[in-house]
Structure formats: C-alpha cells, structure tokens
Design a protein around this ligand. Structure first.
Ligand code: DLL
Length: 430
C-alpha cells in the first residue's frame, strides 16, 4: 500500500494547526539577533506577520554556516542557566555546530525516541544494546533516554570493543541492537568468527541509522543477524536521532509531529509531494535551540497520508545520500549508494571504497570491493567474470567508466561508527 499523497496544504484545518505551531517557533527565535536581522530584511518583525504557510516558506533558510557564524551559543533561545545539556556535530574540519537543550527539550526528545521505538515493536521487556557512540554525538544519549523513557533495559556499551559487544549480547540476552548499519554488519561478520552461534543470541530488532544505507544492506544485515532492521533518522542540529523512524510496515520513515518538513530543489524552491530533493526541517516546541527551515543537505522524498500501521502524517523516504556526498566525476553526479546497490546485486558484500583521483586532467574512479573468504579461493576466471559483470553494472548506472579492484577479505577498514566510503584524492593532487 502506498501512502495517500495529500498534503496538509490542501486541508485548511491542518494548515491552521501547523501555522499556529510554526508561529510559536518564529516568536521564540525573533529575539535572537541573527533571525531578527534576516527576517527583518523581508519585513517579518513579529510572528503575526506569518499569515499562511506560503508566508512561512518565504522565510530565509538556516544553514550550517549560520550555526558556525554564531558559534558556540549565538542561536540559543534560552539563557544559559536554563540549558542542561550540550551536544555538537561530528564535523572533522573547523568549528563544530553546537546545540543546547533545556530540561523540557530532553524530556521531549526522550518521548519522541520512545514513540519511534514503539512503532518498531520495541517494548519495555526488551534489552537494548546501545552501540552508538556516547558523548557529544547525539546517537548514544538520544537512544539511551528514549529507551529509559519507555522502560526498556538499557545496555549503554557505546561503540567499539566488538568481542565484548558479542559476549554481552549473549550473556545479557540482548533483544535490540542500536548502532550504525555499517557497524551492525561488522558485528555480524565478527559473530560468524567468534564461536558464539546465532542461536545463543536473543536478538530480534535492529535500530540502524546515522548514515546512508541501502535496501540491499538491510537484507544482508537481517539475514546475517536473523533480525528485523529499522531505519532511524535524525541530526544533531534538529535534535538528534528520532526525527523520523520506520514502523513495521517499512513504507518510509514517520516524521515525528514535532518537526515540520519541506523538500526543496537546488535553488531552494519547494518541490511537490513525492519529488526528490533536499529535506528542510523546522522544529516545533523546542526551547533551547529552536531551528527554522534548516537545510539538512539530505536528499529524500516526502509524502503525506495514512500508513497501514494507522499513523497519519508526513513520511520521508530513505535518505539515499547527502548533497555533500555527491561526487562530480567527469561532470557526472555519483552517489556512493548507487555503487553499493550494484555491489550487492552482483553478490559481493558491502565492504567497498570509492577512490577518486586524477590522471592528467581526467578524473578516474576506482571502486575497491572486497571478496569474501569463500570466493577468494575461486578460480581466477570465475572472479574475473564477476569483476567484469560488476564493472558493467556500475558503468550502466553511473554512465562513466570505472575501474574495479577486487581486494582481499578484511582489507577495507571496518567502521565502529559512521563508515567512510570515499577517498577523494583530487584536491590534494591540486
Ligand atoms: O547521526 C543522529 C543519529 C544518531 C541519527 C543515531 C540516527 C541514529 P549527526 O551526527 O548530526 O546526527 O549526523 C546527521 O547523518 O544529516 C544524515 O546525513 C545522516 N543520517 C542520519 N540518520 C540517517 C539515516 C546523527 N537513517 C546526518 N539514513 C544527517 C541516512 C542518515 N543518513
């Protein structure tokens, strides 16, 4: 069943409700100099100036750059004495983006995550092993508070230490695993070598997110761990994990009602329901760090309707990529997820690396793909055949020539958090 594509823009009553909530967020941010200045420039000086969703959609977008310019606390809407927690983005260069939560924000976040987990079938009887990193990254703490809110048993193990993860998974009777999909795959691989059998585990649900992953990757993880895998989406600037999450119908990720989503094209114009573009989010009811029309840089689609699980509201498609992740190779747009799909379809495991480099003035793409232990000992001719088929498939999808390099089992570094899929050597080579 697909969702009924009918936006709240068509139903006056829902538009009124959204407007009321959005005006509250506008009211909350207007005392902040950044918003005062940028909204003032288009004649918005009070929340009542926003008379319709159309007016709202004229408000300037907020970018990561705006957050950086106001580093660290310039966009907080509450005095510091009311802030009880800080998190920060995992950016590798420059200043991180910092977000602050009031006590009520933390309570709200926990409720939002708990609701998402319930939709995936998690109950208070579950033992949830949280292998997302704890710390400034929102993954660990976000899931932690959500699980506690619903009364589940939390195992706050954080990321890494894989042998210990598996031992405790068995000894504590873990039923739910929460981590990045790439780490879940690494855990599956390590389990097969650990001497612990799958039958000794009670695992049944996986809560995976924080990085793009494909349907093929889901199938691979579900098969190897014997679980049902659910996609969880979020970003620190908006709140952290839980902004959207899949239910057992797996028909997209339900966006929690505390977030107002839009999809925009590259120029920032609204796209109709169902079209793929950049997700923009406004928070509702957040106190410490409310954010309006935030450009997530995540590419997805939006739909509005009733899911077969009974939930009514916005759903988003799987985030296939970030605008930032798009490689431009010889003028062609390339996303790592396109390569991942092809790799899985040709029966390889999703351990791969895209290496982009330049020979003379020409961009080259090398796709390194691991072979597993079994196929490593296959006839050379058989392996060459698979390599050729993979090359053809990737070239058909991307429309550019690529070089495939099959590499030894376990030679591509495994990730304990967000996987690194691309090495772009072009800039370094000048
Ligand atoms: O990754 C929050 C999170 C933690 C989400 C745990 C889910 C689970 P950041 O470090 O700020 O926050 O990174 C946010 O990660 O803009 C997306 O590009 C990507 N991302 C997050 N969830 C998904 C997902 C956390 N389910 C950035 N699918 C976002 C694809 C995702 N990409």
């Amino acid at each position: 069943m697909g969702l009924v594509s009918k936006g709240p823009k068509e139903t006056e009553c829902t538009e009124e409700q959204w407007l009321k909530s959005l005006r509250k967020t506008v009211e909350r941010v207007l005392p902040i100099p950044h918003y005062q200045e940028s909204y003032g420039a288009i004649g918005i000086t009070q929340a009542e100036d926003i008379k319709s969703l159309k007016d709202f959609e004229r408000l300037p977008l907020t970018t990561k750059e705006d957050l950086r310019k106001n580093y660290p606390f310039g966009l907080f809407a509450e005095p510091m004495e009311n802030i009880v927690r800080l998190h920060a983005s995992s950016g590798t260069t420059g200043k991180p983006t910092v977000v602050g939560y009031t006590r009520q924000d933390i309570t709200l976040w926990a409720k939002i995550v708990a609701n998402g987990l319930k939709r995936a079938g998690v109950t208070k009887k579950d033992v949830v092993q949280i292998a997302y990193g704890y710390g400034l990254f929102t993954g660990g703490m976000g899931l932690h508070y959500g699980c506690e809110e619903m009364g589940a048993i939390v195992v706050p193990i954080s990321g890494g230490n894989t042998a210990r993860q598996l031992m405790l998974m068995r000894d504590f009777g873990t039923t739910v695993l929460a981590c990045t999909p790439s780490y879940a795959l690494f855990l599956a691989e390590s389990l097969e070598e650990s001497g612990i059998s799958r039958e000794e585990l009670k695992l049944k649900i996986g809560i995976f997110g924080a990085e793009p992953w494909t349907e093929g990757m889901r199938e691979e993880i579900e098969m190897r761990l014997g679980i049902k895998a659910f996609d969880i989406y979020g970003l620190s600037e908006i709140m952290g994990p839980g902004v959207a999450m899949e239910c057992s119908a797996h028909q997209g990720l339900h966006i929690d009602e505390h977030f107002y989503p839009e999809i925009l094209d590259e120029e920032g114009n609204p796209l109709p329901v169902g079209e793929r573009g950049e997700l923009v989010i406004t928070s509702i009811e957040k106190e410490g760090f409310p954010v309006l029309r935030y450009r997530t840089k995540d590419l997805t689609t939006l739909e509005y309707g009733t899911c077969s699980c009974g939930q009514v509201g916005w759903t988003m498609g799987r985030v296939s990529a970030r605008v930032d992740d798009m490689l431009i190779i010889r003028g062609v747009n390339v996303f790592p997820s396109q390569v991942e799909e092809a790799i899985l379809l040709e029966g390889f495991e999703p351990h791969y690396l895209l290496v982009v480099y330049r020979v003379g003035n020409l961009d080259q793409l090398e796709v390194q793909v691991e072979v597993n232990e079994t196929s490593f000992f296959d006839e050379v001719r058989e392996l060459e055949g698979r390599q050729d088929r993979l090359q053809k498939r990737i070239e058909d999808v991307l429309g550019i020539s690529v070089r495939i390099r099959l590499v030894e089992p376990k030679s591509i570094p495994r990730s304990e958090g967000k996987a690194i899929r691309v090495i772009d050597k072009r800039n370094k080579e000048g």
